[in-house]
Design a protein around this ligand. Sequence first.
Ligand SMILES: [Fe+2]
Ligand SMILES: [Fe+2]
Length: 169
Amino acid sequence: MLNEKLVAAINDQIQFEYYSAFVYKAMQAYFEDEDLPGMANWMNIQFQEEMAHAEKMFNFVCDAGARVELKALDAPNNEYSSPLEVFEESLSHERQVTARINNLMDLAQQEKNHAAQIFLQWFVTEQVEEEASVNLIITKLKRIKDDGRGLMMIDQELASRTFTPIAAE
Ligand SMILES: [Fe+2]
Ligand SMILES: [Fe+2]
């Protein structure tokens, strides 16, 4: 039920979801090193979410009777100079993902593949949430500027985030 073009494109996105997980794990490492455990936690949840996205796509390709092919991952950026810089990079990364998901949806529509379109809809919605949540953190970080107490408060807030597995359909 998936043609070659769609299998190749979804395989490519599976790869990118794993890369995203890698990017967030590197961001977690930065925050662990900076003694900001709440932000480190937030990035670790983000890592788990990206792994779950890859898994969801992996299962879709397998269920469609096609073959998943994995390649080597590029190294993520490991150098950051401030929490704001990390979250800004996170936002630009998520915008890239959104564009990729939209391209995938365009392809599914061109190929008139209804199952793929319905499958991808979940990711379209997810990206709206991804961008909004990072945007909110950036707004808060900009508001506190260099205030150490403000930073500690945001860190504490991000410590409470927990991972919610994707509901099975
Ligand atoms: Fe993702
Ligand atoms: Fe994401």
